[in-house]
Design a protein around this ligand. Structure first.
Ligand SMILES: *Cc1c(COP(=O)(O)O)cnc(C)c1O
Length: 382
């Protein structure tokens, strides 16, 4: 086992690699598009939840999504640069954002306050505006106390030709728990917000409240459009629907050694080997987005067997107990994947870290080489 294997260099990745399966994104998009009563907006914020914003956007548009959504305008530009010319909405921007550029590049903007409205309306260009109401999270969106004034001001700006009013958006804070009454209150608040807007003379063509969880569990929230992000990449916050995870993280073993029982491993000697065993070194750590809090719980797949990660994760590396069998230098370790071969999933890593899958997939660092599955890319373009 300690002999150095001759590896088929063409097939074995020699660096940590994050593979993105766009075919999975395509399948997830189709399922969500079938469930949604209205149009499907593909939310590709945070670099498409770490999967590559342009790749996810293009794939989703080829499988049933008709629009794109991002948080900041800075996230919108690369989509336009890539030639994606569908309706595109940006909903979280500082009051002095480049509204003129948004108009020039045909990006719709969400307006959450009178201050934002004034800034948008006075910027050069033809602005397409969605008003954003807080439907019960005390987070982004307009405070309901200011909603009537915001709607009236938007109507005046529309009549003055300063903007084109397009729609109204809200967001549910508890949709991952479909039975929570917070959802009914959010839907009611949204219906009220639509009534107030209509009473102010606005005609919201786009009315959108549901994200992934509500799209999968609550048709009453669908209105004319669903904004889905997590679901595209295989994450179902409601835990009700089998979606397809799209990421696989692998790395080569860069060192393998046989050690005695009682060998202390890593910083602080947080682990000592119980027996004679082999330790394998994987060049991935918390600097690459693997949470340090998984120390003592995480596993990886080596030669078809789950092996424990031992000791504390370092910034750049982690140590795996390979047992008596060991493994060869350069052999591929699967950190996570869809789970079909027995490898841990992103959901496993999230559970070990006490967090949600979103945080794992958006956290994988730029040091990890990205690879997009070519077959899926071709299919997505056809
Ligand atoms: C992130 C986000 C979404 C997408 O939510 P998912 O649960 O990932 O589908 C939709 N709307 C807003 C306002 C968001 O911030």
């Amino acid at each position: 086992m300690s002999s150095v294997a001759v590896l088929p260099r063409a097939t074995v990745p020699t660096r940590p690699q994050l593979s993105v399966d766009l075919a999975a994104v395509g399948r997830n998009t189709r399922l969500l598009a079938e469930r949604a009563a209205g149009e499907l907006m593909a939310v590709v914020k945070a670099d498409g939840f770490g999967h590559g914003a342009v790749d996810v956007a293009r794939t989703a548009l080829a499988h049933g999504a008709t629009r794109l959504g991002v948080t900041s305008l800075e996230e919108a530009w690369p989509l336009r640069d890539a030639g994606l010319d569908v309706p595109l909405l940006s909903w979280l921007n500082p009051v002095d954002a480049d509204w003129a550029a948004a108009a020039t590049r045909g990006v719709d903007v969400a307006v959450p306050s009178l201050e934002h409205l004034a800034a948008v309306a006075s910027a050069p260009g033809r602005h397409r505006v969605h008003l954003h109401v807080d439907t019960g999270m005390a987070r982004d969106g307009a405070d309901p106390a200011s909603w009537t004034r915001l709607c009236r001001a938007a109507r005046r700006a529309e009549q003055g030709g300063e903007l084109e009013f397009v729609g109204i958006m809200g967001h549910l804070g508890c949709a991952d728990r479909p039975d929570d009454d917070c959802n009914a209150r959010g839907r009611t608040r949204f219906a009220w917000a639509l009534d107030v807007a209509r009473a102010a003379g606005l005609r919201p063509r786009d009315r959108h409240l549901a994200a992934t969880a509500a799209t999968l569990t609550d048709p009453r929230s669908h209105h004319t459009m669903s904004r889905v992000g997590a679901g595209l990449v295989g994450i179902d916050p409601s835990g009700t629907t089998a979606l397809h995870p799209a990421l696989t993280l692998t790395a080569p073993l860069v060192q393998v050694r046989r050690v005695r029982a009682g060998t202390a491993v890593g910083y602080g000697h947080a682990h000592r080997t119980a027996t004679v065993t082999h330790l394998g070194l994987v060049p991935l750590g918390y600097g690459d987005g693997l949470p340090r809090t998984v120390s003592g719980r995480a596993e990886v797949l080596v030669r078809g067997t789950r092996r424990p990660v031992v000791g504390l994760l370092s910034m750049d590396q982690l140590v795996v107990d390979l047992g008596d069998e060991g493994a060869d230098l350069g052999e591929t370790v699967t950190v996570f994947g869809p789970g079909a071969a027995g490898e841990p999933t992103v959901a496993d890593w999230a559970a070990w870290a006490g967090t949600i899958e979103h945080e794992i997939v958006t956290g994988i660092g730029s040091r990890v080489q990205r690879r997009t599955s070519t077959a899926a890319r071709l299919r997505s373009l056809s």
